[in-house]
Design a protein. Structure first.
Length: 214
């Protein structure tokens, strides 16, 4: 069985992200970013860059602690989806057991996860948080999304107002948000969910069941 690092080019950045299940929903972090002419509610995974000497699982557990104020548990998946582009993927088995490994641009902007630039390889783990997340400066908002809401964001059918009305939310008091602001996935969730498209519902259900079996 191979390790994730064995398929990552030596000059690529490395990161780890967590899709934290709570029942059949998923916690994602939220932040306001500047778009063209108006703010955007950007939804991202819990995670960040792998530090020197750190493994992918160690990274995602540390990042979860720093970004949510609570501990996380990750669930090894027996199969991993490896996403290399909008229409390029394969399935592999890794010792660390991430649900996906996503290759994207390290300098990606919303809507352009595979823009030219240095490569970033992100191991996307599935699991859960051991307590309710607490907003921090980096992620002042957490949203608990259903699969239907994830599809609605992908299909541009949610604004910030409709999403926050439909989903459980944990929000910092200072986090002001225009209800009409568009909602976009960014970072590894954008690349992963964009690649999967409507198949994201099936993929999430499969990894959720694996998580429930452990």
């Amino acid at each position: 069985m191979i390790h994730v690092c064995e398929i990552v080019p030596h000059d690529a950045f490395r990161g780890a992200s967590l899709l934290a299940f709570d029942g059949d929903r998923v916690w994602l972090g939220g932040k306001v970013i500047k778009g063209e002419g108006r703010d955007i509610l950007a939804l991202t995974g819990i995670g960040g860059r792998v530090e020197p000497g750190e493994t992918f699982p160690e990274c995602v557990l540390r990042e979860a602690r720093e970004e949510t104020g609570t501990e996380a548990r990750i669930t090894p998946c027996p199969r991993t989806l490896v996403v290399r582009g909008p229409a390029e993927s394969s399935v592999a088995t890794f010792a660390e057991g991430p649900g996906a490994v996503v290759f994207r641009s390290a300098s990606a902007s919303p809507g352009r996860p595979w823009a030219p630039g240095r490569l970033l390889a992100v191991a996307v783990f599935t699991g859960c948080l051991l307590d309710r997340p607490r907003p921090v400066e980096k992620l002042p908002l957490f949203v608990l999304l259903s699969t239907a809401d994830i599809l609605a964001v992908l299909e541009d059918r949610h604004t910030a107002g409709t999403l926050l009305a439909a989903c459980p939310v944990v929000k910092a008091p200072h986090c002001g948000l225009d209800p009409g602001a568009p909602v976009r996935f960014v970072d590894s969730p954008e690349a992963l969910f964009t690649h999967l498209g409507p198949r994201v519902a099936t993929w999430l259900e499969v990894v959720r069941r694996w998580s429930a079996m452990i």
